[in-house]
Every structure is written in structure tokens, then in C-alpha cells.
Design a protein around this ligand. Structure first.
Ligand SMILES: [Ca+2]
Ligand SMILES: [Ca+2]
Length: 482
């Protein structure tokens, strides 16, 4: 009897310690954001009036390359002079006002400067002639172009994979090439089970059958991270889900816009969650990251899964009053996080941020833009800082995460093995901008950041502005302590 009591006190202690770690990620105060001024960095606006710059990479040619979401332009910028050239415009891209598709991801071949390696990979939305549902007339493709140095443009398009899900919401579409020379690609849950797509089933936990893989029916790739060979085929060492091998590497994602490899091969990711709990994840082959059953930690806090696609009754009369399952109308089944389990479930390393069920999601400070005040940051990218000859002191093993609505970039310190985060996320470079993506120079002392042209961002007094300070800009932060 005594032994049993000791055991249960031990398990209580472990639970308490674990909970302590879990609840360290409390929302930052406005004062903490406003203190993120960083005078040790010189700030330069390198380029202005880009057209919805979306993803930014440092090419093997020592130029910055970026995609413009709404114009379909692939733009190259000399980081020293700011000289800008539109290298190519994707001719068949489709974009519609307010949609999250367009020209999104970009990755250059890791050996871009060598012969026969001048490849540029992009993810882009185009029309889908085989569309079955008129509400979803487009498809995402991953396309490989070849850079023609003589003509200084891109030629020879090859769609290495076609027919990927494409919706107006939660597209994600981050594209990186790993140290194993495979493409890693994030696909959001397409905004299913919320807003416009409230009654569309969320597929983040569904994986294709063998017959669907044979038929190249990729509709269940929504809410996943894919891993592909450079020619678009399925790598022979990809994981199996329910006995079926496909391009799927991990499942259970909502809107993972950030994905970055650390030099030791660890893969880190940022993911936008619902009303709370944006996530920083360590991505592991075959992992299940929980969505839509779990947001952030499995703690029954601030979120439950209300499945509207299975709602009983007249759908036209059913409204979602909360967007986080904490309040659900009659006829809508709600599953608590603790009611769901999966042996491959992986909790986030960190959340931005976790709150209790009593949190006020209608903070009057943000007025009609209440969602800006929610305890999320709208994580738009994750970039592992690799240091360099002029590395910023103390920044080794840092993950940089841009925020669309807090006007900051978060620096998250990690341990040497890149498996654990250390301390709280540190907000930096406060401004009234929606930071979209970030990359460092190889020397390590310059950070290049792109910003949205428009949208809502929180001001220093906590209210919301629709006027951004530097629309469509490339901003350089140079480390130069006084
Ligand atoms: Ca998760
Ligand atoms: Ca949770």
C-alpha cells in the first residue's frame, strides 16, 4: 500500500514538473513586445514596393531569390547593392484576391553554382482541368525550372508533382531541400472545418489508400509534410501510414508555413494553430502532430475539436461561435484533447502561446480585429540561424520565427543537439510590419527580412492598424554593436 502511494506521489511530481515546462510559454505582454528595439542592429530598407513577397532564400550564386505570391514573379536581388531583377514570371499561375495560393515556395538546387545543377524549384497554383469540385478549381504543383545564364531567365518547366490540394485557406506550401537531397514540402489543412469551409472534413489525420497512391490521387495530402525525390517520385525510405507508403512524411498539421534544417540534420517547423497555441515542432519521420484533435500540448486548454463536417441537422442554421471548439452548437460533436490518442503523437517543443479555458478571446483592445489579440503570433516562417565568420555572439543554435501580427521576429534558443528549446521566445525588431520570411547572410551578421504589402498588425498601444510601415519591403538588419 505504502509503495503504491510512493509511486503515485512520484508520478504526481513528474506530472507537476512536466506541467511546469508546458506552462512556461505564457503570452508576452505588450510591454515586452515594445521593448524589442534592438539598437545593436542597423536597420536598412534595401528594396520597397515588392508585390506580396512570400518566400526568401539565399542562393548559391550569393543572391537573394524570392517569390511574389500575387504577381507570379521570381525576383533576384543583389544583397549588397539592392539591385533587383524579375528573372521570370510564371505564366500559368492563378491567383484570386484574398486567396492564400499563388506563387509560394522556392528552393534552389543545393549545388546551384555547378554545371547541371542550375535548378529552381517553386510551388505554384495553376488551374486544374480535372477538378471534380467547382469550389476547388485549382491545383498546387511543384515545378522545376532550369536557370539559363545566357538569357538570365528560367526555362524548361517540369511539373515534378501535380494535383496537390489547393484551397483559398491554409495553403502553407513551404518548400526546402534537405541534406539528403529530398524535397520537404508542407501542405496546410486547406482551412477545412472553419469559416468558408466549415463543413468540409478535415483530412489532416487521413492518409491515402494503396489504390489512391496508384491513381495519383493526392487529396489526402492536406495537413501533411511531404518528402519527395527531386524528380517528384516517392522515396523508398518514406514512412508507411496504415500500411501504405506515399509522399507523406508526417501527419496532423494545420498550417505549417515554416520549415528549416539545422546543420546537424534536425528538421524544425513552425505551425499556425487556432485561437491559441502556434507551435514550434521537431519534425520526425512518421510523426503525428495531432491536428485537428490537439492544438499545442495535449492539455485540454484553450481548444477542443468540434467536428462540423459531421454535424447533425440543418447546416445552414449551424454557426461556429468560437473557432476553437470551446463553444459548439447542438449537434456538433466535440472531442477533448485527452479523449484522442495516437502512439506516434509528438507534442510541440514550444507554443506561442498556451492559455487556460478561462482566457478572454474577445479582448476589447483589438476592437473588431479580436483575432489579432488572440494568444497566437501567426508564425509565417522558421529559419535556423547557422552562424558564420561574423556570427552574432550568443546566437548559436537559434531558430528565428517571423510573426505576421505581432510586428516582431522571435529568437528561440535551442540546446546543442537541436532537440530542446531553452527559455522563452525572445521578441526582436519591433515595428508595424507583417514579417513574412527571413534569411541570414553566410557571414551571419546580416539578416534579410521580407514584409507583407498589407494586412493587420498590432501597434505599440495594443490596438490594430491596417497600415503597415514598410509595405512589400526587403529589410536588412546588420549586427554592429556600439
Ligand atoms: Ca501539433
Ligand atoms: Ca492543447
Amino acid at each position: 500500500m505504502k509503495k503504491a502511494t510512493q509511486l503515485s506521489s512520484l508520478s504526481l511530481l513528474i506530472t507537476a514538473l512536466f506541467s511546469q515546462q508546458v506552462f512556461a510559454d505564457v503570452p508576452l505582454t505588450l510591454e515586452q513586445y515594445n521593448q524589442a528595439t534592438n539598437p545593436e542592429f542597423k536597420r536598412t530598407v534595401v528594396v520597397q514596393n515588392l508585390n506580396s513577397p512570400h518566400n526568401l532564400v539565399w542562393g548559391g550564386d550569393n543572391n537573394l531569390w524570392l517569390t511574389e505570391q500575387t504577381s507570379g514573379n521570381i525576383v533576384r536581388i543583389n544583397p549588397n547593392t539592392g539591385a533587383k531583377k524579375t528573372i521570370f514570371t510564371v505564366p500559368d499561375m492563378v491567383y484570386d484576391e484574398g486567396a492564400q495560393y499563388g506563387l509560394l515556395g522556392i528552393a534552389l538546387d543545393p549545388k546551384f553554382n555547378q554545371a547541371n545543377h542550375q535548378f529552381v524549384y517553386v510551388s505554384v497554383s495553376i488551374k486544374n482541368p480535372n477538378a471534380k469540385d467547382p469550389a476547388f478549381p485549382n491545383q498546387m504543383v511543384i515545378r522545376r525550372y532550369t536557370y539559363d545564364a545566357k538569357k538570365d531567365t528560367l526555362v524548361n518547366p517540369v511539373d515534378i508533382i501535380k494535383g496537390l490540394p489547393c484551397s483559398r485557406d491554409h495553403q502553407s506550401s513551404r518548400l526546402v531541400i534537405g541534406p539528403d537531397n529530398k524535397i520537404y514540402y508542407t501542405i496546410g489543412d486547406q482551412g477545412s472545418n472553419q469559416l468558408t469551409y466549415l463543413f468540409k472534413p478535415n483530412l489532416a489525420q487521413k492518409t491515402p489508400t494503396k489504390a489512391e497512391v496508384s491513381a495519383k490521387d493526392w487529396h489526402k495530402y492536406a495537413g501533411k509534410i511531404l518528402r519527395l525525390n527531386l524528380d517528384g517520385s516517392i522515396p523508398s525510405d518514406n514512412p508507411y501510414f496504415d500500411g501504405v507508403q506515399s509522399h507523406i512524411y508526417t501527419i496532423g498539421h494545420r498550417n505549417a508555413q515554416g520549415l528549416s534544417f539545422a546543420p546537424n540534420g534536425k528538421l524544425l517547423q513552425s505551425e499556425q494553430s487556432a485561437n491559441s497555441d502556434d507551435e514550434i515542432n521537431l519534425i520526425v519521420k512518421g510523426g503525428n502532430y495531432g491536428w485537428p484533435y490537439v492544438a499545442g500540448y495535449k492539455d485540454n486548454n484553450g481548444y477542443a475539436y468540434a467536428n462540423f463536417s459531421a454535424a447533425k441537422g440543418d447546416q445552414s442554421k449551424i454557426k461556429d461561435p468560437a473557432l476553437n471548439g470551446l463553444k459548439a452548437p447542438e449537434g456538433v460533436r466535440v472531442t477533448k484533447e485527452s479523449e484522442w490518442s495516437d502512439k506516434n503523437f509528438i507534442q510541440p517543443l514550444k507554443t506561442l502561446f498556451t492559455v487556460g479555458n478561462d482566457h478572454n478571446f474577445n479582448d476589447p483592445t483589438c476592437g473588431e480585429y479580436a483575432y489579432v489579440c488572440w494568444p497566437t503570433v501567426a508564425a509565417s516562417s522558421a529559419y535556423f540561424y547557422k552562424g558564420g565568420k561574423s556570427a552574432i555572439p550568443g546566437w548559436e543554435n537559434s531558430l528565428l520565427v517571423t510573426s505576421l501580427k505581432r510586428g516582431v521576429i522571435f529568437r528561440i534558443q535551442m540546446d546543442d543537439s537541436i532537440s530542446v528549446t531553452k527559455g522563452d521566445a525572445i521578441p526582436m525588431f519591433r515595428s508595424e510590419n507583417r514579417y513574412r520570411d527571413i534569411v541570414a547572410s553566410p557571414n551571419g551578421n546580416e539578416l534579410f527580412v521580407i514584409t507583407d504589402n498589407a494586412g493587420s498588425v498590432q501597434k505599440n498601444d495594443g490596438t490594430v492598424t491596417k497600415t503597415v510601415a514598410n509595405p512589400g519591403a526587403l529589410i536588412k538588419f546588420t549586427y554592429q554593436p556600439k
